[in-house]
Each structure stands twice: as structure tokens, then as C-alpha cells.
Design a protein around this ligand. Structure first.
Ligand code: NAP
Length: 233
């Protein structure tokens, strides 16, 4: 049985990924910072709940301790929790706000991955999926033909570029692991304005997260993937 932890899985892309992996037979831990929302989501999914706030060291450590006690190892970590930090443009950006976005989107990946490493090392096929964004791709944001080049998501895009670099560096640092970043694409979730925002449904856009979470030992590492295949950094 594959043991999988997904952060920020009480709704949106993380929830849909959890649903699909439960259907594939994984033992899925729904990580959520709210006990109420997390327990409700895990109950609906037939998954397990673990309280996990990616901005809080103690919370992340306790979550991994719970999984260690119950399972003794972790096979798949999906670093999915994320926040936008506000509307496009430079108006209203503060240092404190930017720190919060980086703390969740980038340092949250470091905090959770570091805490999970001892358990992932006990897996025969350790897999890490970092949910990044096309907005974190220098290629996409400077390509006039793509929607990523239109609006300036100053702090969010920079935090996702950091997620991409973390992916490349962790892939180098962790031989034997599969560490990849994914761009799910513009999705109708609360993060991007909810239903009616013109985004694709989670059922479509979680596809790439599921694909990279279910890689076999011969799968790629250190890559950036979207539904249609590899994406330039
Ligand atoms: P969503 O529905 O708003 O879900 C975001 C999830 O992250 C929620 O479960 C939220 O929990 C959780 N979260 C936020 N801060 C957290 C923290 N400190 N600790 C633990 N969990 C936390 O948005 P989504 O679109 O599914 O986003 C999932 C990922 O996809 C994000 O990394 C996002 O950047 C990425 N992404 C989204 C799009 C898009 O168009 N939607 C495109 C590219 C990439 P609460 O319910 O407690 O707030």
C-alpha cells in the first residue's frame, strides 16, 4: 500500500488529487491546517486526516510523527498548500505580506520536505511532487503568447519560481528520489477566484499532479511538468 501525504488537501486541487489517489488504493493523509475542514474532507474521501500548517515547524513535525507511528514510512509527498497573497500589480505589497506568501509557498515546501525525509528514505520509491505554477516559469512569464505573461503577480510568481529551484536542487540532493514540479494550469478554485473564473475544473487539472505522484522507479526527476508534458523553466 502506497502511503501518501498531501498538504492543503481539504479543498481544490489537493482534495481532487487525494480523491484520485484514494481511488488508486493509496493510503492518503489529507494535510490541512484546520482540523474541522481537514476532518470533514478526509471523511468524505475515505482518507486520513493529519493537522498540518506548512508555516509552523511544530505542526509539520507532529504531522510526520503521526504518519511515522501509523505507517512507519512515507512513499509520496505532495507539497500542494499555497496562497496568492493578493491581486495582480504592485499596489499593496508589503514586506510582511511577501514573507507570508514565501513562508507558505516556498519555505513550506522546505519545512515539509525536510520533516518528511527520514520517512521518505524508508520507501522503496520515494516521490515528491511540488505544486508550482506556470507563473513561476521564466519561459512562460516572458512569452507574449501565453496568459502567464499578461498580469504581474509579483510576489506569488517569485515564490513559485523559488519552488521550481527548490525542485531542481532537491532532485540533485536526493539521489534515488523522484522530485518534480508541476503546473496544473489555471483552475477554478478559491485561490484563483473560484467557479466562474474561467479556469478548468480540478478534475482536469489535477491530472498532472496524480501522474507525477504515481511515478515508478524509472520516472523522471528534476523536471517541470504540465498536463501536456514537460514545461520549460
Ligand atoms: P485552494 O482551493 O485555495 O487550496 C489551497 C489549499 O492550501 C487549501 O487547502 C488551503 O487551506 C491550503 N493552505 C493555505 N495555506 C496553508 C498553510 N499555511 N498550511 C496548510 N495548508 C494551507 O487552491 P488550489 O488552486 O487548489 O491551490 C493548490 C495549489 O495549486 C497551490 O500551490 C497553488 O499555488 C497551485 N496552483 C493553482 C492554480 C490555480 O489556477 N488555481 C494554478 C497553478 C498552481 P485552507 O482551506 O485552510 O485555506
Amino acid at each position: 500500500m502506497t502511503v501518501t501525504l498531501i498538504t492543503g488537501a481539504n479543498k481544490g486541487l489537493g482534495y481532487e488529487t487525494a480523491r484520485r489517489l484514494v481511488a488508486q488504493g493509496h493510503t492518503v493523509y489529507v494535510g490541512a491546517r484546520s482540523t474541522e475542514r481537514g476532518e470533514a474532507a478526509a471523511g468524505r474521501l475515505g482518507a486520513r486526516f493529519v493537522r498540518l500548517d506548512v508555516t509552523d515547524d511544530d505542526s509539520v513535525r507532529s504531522a510526520l510523527n503521526v504518519i511515522e507511528e501509523a505507517e512507519g514510512r512515507l512513499d509520496v509527498l505532495v507539497n500542494n498548500a499555497g496562497t496568492t497573497g493578493g491581486p495582480p500589480g504592485a499596489e499593496g505589497i508589503t514586506g510582511a505580506g511577501a514573507l507570508r506568501v514565501f513562508d507558505t509557498n516556498a519555505i513550506g515546501v522546505v519545512r515539509t520536505t525536510q520533516a518528511a525525509l527520514p520517512l521518505l528514505r524508508k520507501s522503496d520509491n520515494p516521490v515528491v511532487v511540488n505544486v508550482s505554477s506556470g507563473l513561476g516559469s521564466f519561459w512562460a512569464v516572458t512569452n507574449p503568447g501565453l496568459m502567464e505573461s499578461r498580469d504581474a503577480y509579483v510576489v506569488y510568481a517569485a515564490s513559485k519560481a523559488a519552488v521550481s529551484m527548490l525542485t531542481v536542487q532537491y532532485a540533485k540532493a536526493l539521489p534515488g528520489f523522484k522530485v518534480n514540479a508541476v503546473e496544473p494550469g489555471y483552475t477554478a478554485t478559491d485561490l484563483s477566484g473560484g467557479p466562474g473564473n474561467g479556469g478548468r475544473p480540478v478534475e482536469e487539472n489535477a491530472e498532472v499532479i496524480v501522474r507525477m505522484a504515481t511515478l515508478g522507479p524509472d520516472g523522471p526527476t528534476g523536471t517541470f511538468q504540465q498536463n501536456s508534458g514537460e514545461l520549460p523553466w
